[in-house]
Design a protein around this ligand. Structure first.
Ligand SMILES: Cc1cc2nc3c(=O)[nH]c(=O)nc-3n(C[C@H](O)[C@H](O)[C@H](O)COP(=O)(O)O)c2cc1C
Length: 187
């Protein structure tokens, strides 16, 4: 089984999550390619696809949605998992975390219209105000930090990311088995 892990990232933190997913699967002996979505032209060689994006303004990045749209037909025939990275998941408060997960599940709804993931990963990301290129976003995110809505810094939970990734191969295989069960045997 060869798996594509593909990502959309503005400041690099989602790319590093994708790399960590790739390393986890490699350690299980699975061949992987980790690529930015903008560099992927063909998904047919892969047995499964893991697609993830940074969240901006409660949405996957535009290139991530474009990727799903462009490859929708092939993706419909393969097991897919999706993930997102956002600061809403960075809270340590369990009630706020549950609320954030609920909201983030809604942010995935447009992706779910295009693919049917076997699993969705929701990960806390990184917020470094200095790295935000657009002044207006720097101001908005700066005030969210001051109001205590988003924390600054690196909040990625590598253990949670690896745990999610290591369960995927089994989920992919089960999905394929389910998909094929009940279909007519090949002549
Ligand atoms: C302009 C902007 C908007 C953002 N909007 C959200 C958001 O709506 N929800 C959220 O949870 N995180 C939001 N974030 C936080 C990013 O998703 C987080 O920093 C992520 O790790 C960035 O990934 P990247 O380094 O791959 O670009 C936003 C960040 C920026 C810069």
């Amino acid at each position: 089984m060869s798996i594509l892990i593909t990502y959309a990232s503005c400041s690099g933190s989602t790319a590093e999550i994708a790399e960590a997913i790739g390393e986890t699967l490699s350690q299980q002996g699975i061949p992987v390619d980790v690529r930015p979505m903008t560099a992927v032209t063909d998904v047919t060689p892969y047995q499964a696809i893991i697609a993830g994006s940074a969240v901006r303004q409660e949405k996957w990045l535009p290139e991530a949605m474009q990727f799903l749209e462009a490859h929708q037909q092939v993706l419909a025939q393969k097991p897919v998992a999706t993930f997102l990275a956002g600061m809403a998941m960075a809270t340590k408060n369990p009630a706020r975390y549950q609320k954030a997960l609920q909201s983030a599940s809604g942010w995935m709804a447009p992706a779910r219209q295009l693919v049917h993931p076997v699993s969705e990963g929701y990960f806390a990301g990184v917020l470094d105000l200095k790295k935000i290129k657009e002044l207006h976003f720097r101001i908005v995110l700066g005030s969210m930090v001051r109001l205590g809505l988003f924390p600054e810094g690196d909040h990625r939970d590598w253990e949670a990311i690896r745990e999610w990734a290591s369960a995927l191969p089994t989920q992919f295989t089960t999905e394929t088995a389910t998909e094929f069960s009940g279909s007519a045997p090949l002549a």
